[in-house]
Design a protein around this ligand. Structure first.
Ligand SMILES: [Cu+2]
Length: 539
């Protein structure tokens, strides 16, 4: 994709590449393929729910479908698109480096990720299809004849990939910033990615241990999670959610950073409250490890632990609220240009606030006990996480599209699909809040007839939503090959990556820039000053 490689751009060039930009694109392609698969499964799940009897999908198949949908969308779409694609694309360009600290390790991370994908696919085609949910709770995951082992190995390989990435990117951000790129001048996207990898570093060993014990219980006859032999299935849930709750912020922190870049650029204003943004990002990374028990409020955990973690869960609303306030304050009195990335960013804020406010509900111990394991929870995480973070992913893909492909996406189509996705999301998931409050449990293949009309709204909404996503995918693929040629800085943005050609040459910067100002210097005396290499320095 770079000019240099144009002459020798074969499959081999991609397979053996250590260029962070090429690795980024390969992460994007892999995760978009799995995202598409997740959508196709969602179509089947939705279609079957048109009528209460569900003549299309039986209970066993439904379990398989939501397992693949959940695991695929979280572990192969949302986490890799932010920590694989965006981290690889943005970090070196934004800190003024020629690549990551360990380029070969970076390639290894990607190929481990591919290996994990292959294993996950094998888990599906081998007998006893995987039906354990993305959570893989024992005792069911031990008792089932499904291939738990391949899923566990896939999680191991994903973990190895993510740990290698964490070491690589933390080292890169700490040691490879260009001269003058102080911590206070880092882009918020880099701060978000930094926070995400700190979480990966501390969280992944725990989940890797948790699933290893699962493997031992199932195949080697140990009883770590076997209650009848003195073990505890709840132990697994503690270990699982100790990582899996913070994993939400592995997705969200880079997303928060990306939204900040976009909101600032298209409001033509410096981001409001930069320091408070950084503190909020780091506070969330820390607090994220102190709230996992909110997933176990109904599982017989001691009261003191439930009360403390309920309060800590609510505390996360503070740094989160600071962010939303700062984005709105950045837009306030800005000259806003609603290009597609900005529309998607504002759509994200909308869905995120709807989902976030309902999160205060399930964070409260008393309410959670009522809505636990109902469709309320499904509505909550699909708005606050799934839909809103996918909005950010597309906002970012469109925003940096000219940079990494050298071409423009179709603006008109992107705007139309934004509205389709937003309306589809609201129709597909808001009714789940109602169904959840009325007591409809999650993960049921069928439902009582009195819920038919509400279910049908979600089915129609789901189809609208999925149609919007497919149109977005078409836009991305078509524009990558046939879009208009892009200039170096089509948005007139003020960050370092826009000072180099689109797409960037393989070495990124001809001379390593000397940084003299922070990002987001719109309309101030410092405007445009940053990233103009005043004194070139040989690298
Ligand atoms: Cu949680």
């Amino acid at each position: 994709m770079t000019q240099e490689s144009a002459g020798r751009s074969g499959l081999k060039e991609w397979i053996f590449t250590t260029d962070h930009k090429k690795i980024a694109v390969m992460y994007l392609i892999t995760s978009l393929v799995v995202f598409t698969l997740g959508l196709l499964l969602a179509i089947v799940m939705k279609a079957g729910q048109w009528s209460p009897g569900n003549s299309l999908v039986g209970p066993k198949l439904y379990n398989v479908l939501f397992t693949i949908h959940g695991a695929g969308m979280i572990l192969w779409w949302m986490i890799p698109v932010f920590t694989g694609f965006f981290a690889n694309l943005l970090v070196p360009l934004m800190i003024g480096a020629r690549d990551v600290a360990f380029p070969r390790l970076n390639a290894l991370s990607f190929w481990f990720f591919v290996g994990a994908t292959v294993m996950a696919v094998l888990a599906l085609v081998t007998p006893g299809r995987l039906d354990i949910g993305w959570t893989g709770y024992p005792p069911y995951s031990i008792k089932t004849d499904a291939n738990t082992s391949l899923y566990v190995f896939a999680v191991h390989l994903l973990g190895a990939s993510a740990l290698a990435s964490a070491v690589n990117f933390l080292t890169t951000i700490i040691t490879m910033r260009a001269p003058g790129m102080t911590w206070g001048r880092l882009n918020l996207a880099v701060w978000g990615i930094f926070g995400a990898f700190i979480i990966q570093l501390f969280g992944i060993p725990v989940i890797a241990g948790a699933v290893t014990l699962l493997l031992f219980d199932k195949y080697l006859g140990t009883n770590f999670y076997n209650a009848t032999m003195g073990g505890s299935p709840i132990l697994y849930q503690h270990l699982f959610w100790f990582y899996a709750h913070p994993a939400v912020y592995v997705i969200a922190l880079p997303a928060f950073g990306i939204v900040s870049e976009i909101v600032s650029t298209f409001s033509r204003k410096k981001i409001f409250g930069y320091t408070s943004m950084v503190i909020a990002l780091m506070a969330i990374a820390f607090l994220g490890f102190d709230v996992w028990i909110h997933h176990l409020f109904t599982k017989g955990v001691e009261d003191w632990a439930r009360i403390v973690q309920s309060l800590l869960t609510l505390l996360i609303a503070v740094p989160t609220g600071i962010k939303v306030f700062n984005w709105l304050a950045t837009m306030h009195k800005g000259s806003i240009d609603f290009k597609a990335p900005m529309l998607y960013a504002v759509g994200f804020i909308t869905l995120f606030v709807i989902g976030g406010v309902t999160g205060i509900g399930n964070g409260l111990l008393a309410i959670d006990i009522d809505v636990h394991d109902t469709l309320w929870v499904v509505a909550h995480f699909h708005t606050v996480l799934s839909m809103s973070m996918t909005m950010v992913a597309f906002a970012g893909i469109f925003f940096w599209f000219p940079k990494f492909t050298g071409r423009m996406y179709n603006e008109r189509l992107a705007k139309i699909t934004f509205w389709i996705i937003l309306i589809g999301s609201l129709l597909a998931f808001v009714p789940y809040f109602k169904l959840g409050l009325e007591g409809m449990p999650r993960r049921y293949w069928s439902y009582p007839p009195e819920f038919t009309s509400t279910y049908r709204v979600t089915v129609i909404g789901g189809f609208i939503l999925i149609a919007g996503f497919f149109m977005t995918l078409i836009n991305i693929v078509r524009s990558a090959f046939a879009g208009e040629r892009a200039t170096a800085n089509p948005w007139n943005a003020k960050s370092l990556e826009w000072t180099i050609p689109s797409p960037p040459p393989s070495y990124n910067f001809e001379t390593i820039p000397v940084i003299t100002a922070g990002p987001y210097e719109y309309g101030s005396p410092e405007e445009g000053k940053k990233a103009l290499p005043e004194e070139a320095e040989a690298f």
